[in-house]
Write a protein that binds this ligand. Structure first.
Ligand SMILES: Cc1ncc(COP(=O)(O)O)c(C=O)c1O
Length: 338
């Protein structure tokens, strides 16, 4: 979360401190040099997610606050942060309100404490409500390779009634538990600035991941495609879920679409579990060797963070398509990654 501290000065990043030893290390780093004060938030362990690996509990937060006070000018304690798993609005509103309360207390103690970061968790909506609910009620193990089964709760919520910026609107309008007014009103009244760290939602409709079909195997009623990639390229797969948007099949052949050709997609390694799609995807053409599978909307989580050179496959090159201020889009390889 870099933020600018003045037009002529270089950027000083705002750091969300996750543990007491991190805070000690940060203070020691500043004190050991002629560095500028560290800008920090204290990250809170969500009361509703006590098993989380991240954040500090109440006692640790109290100690951290003391450390900040003792550190004097070495740190600028700008407030608190959290990141909740899941996409529910109300727990975010409740916890944000709780952190506003912590800011007010810390200010009384003499700290700056003017900001609350709510992390990420704004959902992306990939489909409409009817399609999503029809999929959930109709899906069963016969729709997947090897009789694999998924419960509804195993999937990312591919339909969200309030996604992206609408989720933020809903959050600001929500009434935190124990408060009469909205979260927006509370923030305003307390003079606390809301920060957020959207990941997936920021990259909605960006990016596509392309695999080349290397083999096609008949498996009694469906096909098993093998592609030149890894399930690590689609993050849902490595946390035992399924990336559900259908890939587009770019065929080398010129036949017109003819019927339905269900196929699952296996990755290039020898692991049974290394599947790019367990689901029997109903292609409109018969997939063949050399065809391309283009998975849409994969920038958030699916691409850079997950691709690795572990299997000796080159990390896929990225293409930048630039259509700003030009009559026709231009493309180039993204040198940063090649
Ligand atoms: C601290 C933090 N902030 C932001 C995000 C991004 O979350 P999302 O992609 O759900 O917006 C994550 C993801 O795990 C995170 O751990």
């Amino acid at each position: 979360m870099p933020a600018c501290c003045g037009s002529r000065r270089s950027t000083v990043a705002l750091i969300a401190v996750d543990a007491l030893d991190e805070l000690d290390a940060l203070v020691a780093t500043v004190l050991s040099g002629t560095r500028r004060p560290a800008r920090l938030l204290l990250r809170c362990l969500p009361p509703g997610q006590r098993q989380s690996r991240f954040g500090m509990n109440d006692a640790e937060l109290a100690t951290a606050t003391e450390v900040c006070l003792r550190a004097g000018d070495a740190v600028r304690m700008e407030g608190y942060s959290f990141h909740l798993s899941g996409y529910a609005i109300q727990p975010r509103a409740d916890l944000a309100a709780h952190l506003v309360g912590l800011c007010l207390k810390a200010r009384v103690q003499g700290l700056e404490a003017g900001r609350v970061s709510i992390g990420g968790g704004l959902p992306v909506s990939y489909t409409d409500a009817d399609s999503w609910h029809a999929f959930l009620s109709g899906q069963s193990s016969r729709h997947y390779h090897a009789g694999k089964s998924f419960n509804s709760g195993d999937f990312y919520p591919y339909y969200a009634p309030a996604a992206g910026a609408d989720a933020l609107r809903a959050l600001l309008a929500a009434r935190p538990e124990g408060h009469a007014g909205s979260l927006a009103g509370l923030l305003k009244e307390a003079g606390v600035e809301l920060l957020m760290e959207p990941g997936r939602a920021l990259l909605d409709r960006a990016g596509a991941t392309v695999f080349r079909v290397q083999g096609v195997k008949e498996r009694g009623g469906y096909r098993l495609l093998t592609v030149d990639g890894s399930s690590l390229s689609l993050s849902e797969q490595w946390f035992n879920s399924e990336y559900l948007p259908d890939p587009h099949l770019i065929s080398r052949g010129t036949d017109a679409p003819s019927g339905t050709w269900p196929a699952c997609v296996g990755a290039a390694t020898c692991l049974e579990s290394d599947m790019v799609s367990w689901r029997k995807i109903p292609f409109r053409r018969r997939p063949g060797i050399g065809d391309l599978l283009v998975y849409p909307n994969t920038a958030g989580y699916q691409m850079d963070s997950n691709e690795s050179p572990f299997h000796d496959l080159a990390v896929p090159p990225k293409v930048v398509v630039d259509h700003t201020g030009r009559p026709r889009p231009r493309w180039r390889l993204d040198r940063h990654f090649t």
